[in-house]
Design a protein around this ligand. Structure first.
Ligand code: FES
Ligand SMILES: [Fe+2]
Length: 417
């Protein structure tokens, strides 16, 4: 789809309405989405406990690219394009493993963990091996969370990207956690429908009985999908929130929150809120499901939410945290990749049961998969037209603006009406 065609696809888009059909299903739009996300954003891909020892690696798919994330002997974390510099074969064929060096399965060119070419059989003596190191990918680790960026240069400033999350996650000891369990929810829907669903709680009551049994009802209306997700409804919850906030401040705990508008590079938001209903953590019965991961050593019944960008989200409770990677796989295909973190010293079967840790979000994400796939099926109909958002969907109204800017179609170029 050319830029002109793309602009005509946005022609019918009006602020406060869902996006036009082609933006949710067209292959060329998808290619443009992936390129924009991969180069302009830092993408949360996993927790570094996945590569605990030197030589441990895993691979990550971003569009048609495969990236190797590997821990070096000096404990540093590298990211390399999974493309041999000889004739281009994939090097690591497994999703994860451990290796002393990275050896291509085709002709056995061998690279060290930092990506330097160390051996190339029968190449001439004066062969300039230094010129054939693996192509590096931008990678940074923050509080144990691994982020990558696929810009051809050094990419956007990671310090600017992450700055506001340091204070908000300060009380959580995420570097001292490990992945307890992970699950992928393959969803037959465009990534924007998946994200839009994640960014509103208008659907929570009809679609998520389990989630609703854990969280305070008024909070879900006011902040269901985090700060800034529900304009105009926050006021009704403020009495409860203000009392909680005062008590938290008195206890020396921070309660700051922020929500970026659509004219920002990353559309970030974060905040800490009580789960509600007297629950200690976000579990089926509200009771603790693992040892504490907060420095204050008490279950406080609050949850910290961090939207690093729309495809990279973290929720942190007192005893476990949940990382969400929304991975666009194709125009009509998105993998929701989720990992649950617990204290690194916690023993499975003794201190925690992975099934309990993931219970609330597994049932919620399976419900989300169903409703989002139904949404995509309807959006593909010739009769679909962009529909109006409610006050509880204010965040995705902004997401539409952020997204059209992301792919270079700012609102000024779209004709309204
Ligand atoms: S393509 Fe990798 S060694 Fe030939
Ligand atoms: Fe949902």
């Amino acid at each position: 789809m050319s830029t002109v065609e793309l602009q005509s696809a946005t022609h019918e888009w009006r602020e406060g309405f869902s996006l036009p059909r082609d933006l949710y299903r067209d292959a060329a739009v998808f290619a443009r989405d992936i390129e924009a996300l991969a180069t302009s954003q830092w993408l949360l891909v996993d927790h570094e406990s996945r590569i605990a020892r030197p030589g441990d690696y895993f691979t990550v798919d971003v569009g048609s690219e495969s990236i190797i994330i590997v821990r070096d002997k000096d404990n540093s974390v590298h990211a390399h394009y999974n493309v041999c510099r000889h004739r281009g074969s994939r090097i690591c064929l497994e999703k994860q493993g451990s290796a002393r060096a990275l050896t291509c399965p085709y002709h056995a060119w061998t690279y060290d963990l930092a990506g330097n070419l160390k051996a190339a059989r029968y190449m001439p003596q004066d062969f300039p091996a230094a010129e054939y190191r693996l192509n590096p990918c931008n990678v940074r680790v923050f509080n144990g969370l691994i982020f990558i960026n696929l810009a051809r240069d050094k990419g956007p400033s990671f310090e600017d990207f992450i700055a506001r999350f340091g204070p908000i996650l300060e009380r959580h000891d995420l570097t001292s956690t490990k992945v307890a369990v992970r699950q992928v929810f393959p969803t037959t829907a465009n990534w924007k429908l998946v994200i839009e669903n994640f960014f509103e709680c208008y659907h929570c009551k009809p679609a998520h009985p389990t989630y609703c049994s854990v969280h305070d009802e008024m909070k879900m209306l006011a902040f269901g999908a985090g700060p800034g997700s529900s304009d105009g409804l926050a006021a009704k919850y403020m009495e409860t929130f203000s009392a909680w906030e005062a008590a938290e401040r008195h206890a020396g705990r921070q309660t700051d929150m922020f929500a970026d508008g659509p004219d920002t590079p990353y559309f970030q938001s974060a905040g800490r809120l009580p789960i509600g209903r007297g629950n200690a953590t976000e579990s089926l019965d509200g009771k603790a499901v693992a040892p504490l991961i907060v420095k204050e050593r008490e279950y406080d019944g609050a949850q910290t939410g961090c939207v690093f960008n729309p495809v990279s989200v973290l929720l942190a409770n007192s005893d476990h945290a949940i990382g969400f990677r929304f991975n666009p796989r194709g125009p009509l295909s998105t993998d929701v990749e989720v990992f649950w973190l617990v204290s690194k010293d916690a023993q499975e079967g003794v201190d925690y049961d992975p099934e309990n840790i993931k219970a609330v979000w597994t049932v919620t994400l399976l419900e989300d998969k169903t409703i989002t796939e139904n949404n995509q099926a309807g959006v593909c109909s010739s009769t679909y037209r962009p529909g109006p958002y409610s006050a509880q969907e204010s965040k995705i109204a902004e997401f539409g603006s952020w997204y059209t800017r992301l792919i270079g179609l700012n609102k000024a170029s779209a004709t309204h009406g």
